[in-house]
Design a protein around this ligand. Structure first.
Ligand SMILES: [Mn+2]
Length: 384
């Protein structure tokens, strides 16, 4: 059997508010579907973040259905789990797609049983057994600790486990679960959530993250790795990357230590060639000799890029320091990033405490009396 694995398609996402970038995500998704059809695969697996949002735009749903219908017409089933971005307060769009028989959502409760343990009933397709866990974060370690696999899966010739979490083998800093919490005995562990390609051996099989199908943010753009879907042959156990054609993204990072702003501008201008449709991102770093980084003429740089037919030009000055500026040592992924920032800005401890409460109430779903309680808490802190 042959199957295709891809992930993190983030339909509906864009970068820099460009409609062309939104199209790029649809285009990458379409390429994956076309590969599956051309290679006449037996089935496809998607490991979550089909959409970029839990309440996706109509446009992205239409684009998605159009592609999934092509797979259906070619008799190629698609097995999927919901990713962290696919979740909504009430269910996930993926379950709607399942209702109209375009996908099998293995993270749908109908594919597992919860008593004290979580039994993954999964699904048999021909001689393959597939099961998976949705990309939620809450109590995720406990969930994995309590997972049991359908005992009938021993009859399958090939077993696939799908998940949407970062394992400790990738990063101890960003990990959701230690690698050894993955259930044992599978042939293929299909990972999603981590946007770059990653593979390692595990127990009786192999763990494979196919990565996202587009470059979703600046960190992702800076990693020199082609975007891909993976073609797996279960008999020969070969895994072949199928590369996705993506828009050219040029990142120019250069040292500007002891330069003046005008020299930084000149340096950027000199790096602009003629690259139709490419994205160009400048990231100068180092400390300026004089002037201020706001004097770097971003407008002029952007204009020259436009004249040279680039799709878009972005100049990041965050890593460029003014002559007297203290180096802000902000932990990029610190949970207290806002508080660290307020501290560096000289706010008092009391003000920071207050901000902490306010920030803590943002983005949470305020239950009954929630707003009132939050207000009381803020007032109590204020009166201290
Ligand atoms: Mn993702």
């Amino acid at each position: 059997m042959i199957f295709l694995h891809f992930s993190d398609t983030h339909l509906g996402k864009t970068n820099y508010k460009l409609k062309e970038r939104e199209e790029d995500y649809y285009n990458a998704f379409e390429q994956c579907v076309n590969i599956a059809i051309e290679k006449k695969v037996d089935f496809v697996i998607h490991t979550g973040d089909l959409f970029d949002q839990g309440n996706p735009t109509h446009k992205s749903i239409i684009n998605c259905i159009r592609q999934l219908s092509k797979l259906k017409n070619a008799n190629i089933p698609l097995f999927i789990i919901a990713g962290s971005h696919d979740m909504s307060i009430d269910e996930t769009v993926i379950s709607i797609l399942e209702e109209i028989e375009l996908v099998t959502n293995l993270s749908n409760p109908k594919y597992y049983e919860t008593n004290q343990k979580i039994l993954l009933k999964g699904k048999f397709y021909k001689n393959v057994f597939l099961c998976g866990i949705a990309g939620r974060q809450a109590n995720i370690k406990e969930i994995f600790e309590n997972v049991e696999i359908n005992p009938e899966s021993v009859n399958a010739d090939y077993k696939i486990f799908m998940f949407h979490h970062t394992i400790s083998d990738i990063s101890t800093k960003f990990m959701d679960i230690p690698t050894n919490l993955l259930p044992k005995g599978f042939d293929y562990y299909a990972g999603g959530h981590w946007h770059t390609n990653f593979k390692t051996k595990y127990d009786t099989g192999i763990i494979q993250y196919s990565g996202s199908t587009e470059y979703t943010d600046i960190t992702d753009m800076e990693i020199p790795q082609k975007k891909q879907a993976l073609l797996i042959n279960t008999m020969t156990k070969t895994i072949t990357p199928m590369f996705i054609k993506t828009r050219e993204i040029i990142i120019e990072k250069f040292d500007c230590e002891n330069m003046i702003p005008k020299q930084v501008t000149q340096k950027c201008l000199s790096l602009i060639k003629n690259k139709p449709y490419a994205l160009i991102i400048f990231r100068p770093f180092g400390r300026l000799k004089e002037g201020s980084k706001n004097m770097v003429d971003r407008q002029l740089i952007r204009e020259k890029a436009k004249e040279n037919n680039y799709l878009h030009c972005k100049v990041y000055l965050t890593d460029l320091l003014n002559p007297q500026e203290k180096k802000l040592r902000l932990l990029r992924h610190s949970k207290n990033i806002e508080l660290d920032y307020l501290k560096t800005k000289g706010y008092s401890q009391k003000e920071i405490e207050l901000a902490k409460i306010i920030i803590g109430t943002l983005g949470t779903i305020l239950k009954k009396d929630g707003l009132e309680k939050a207000t009381q808490k803020i007032m109590a802190e204020f009166e201290k």
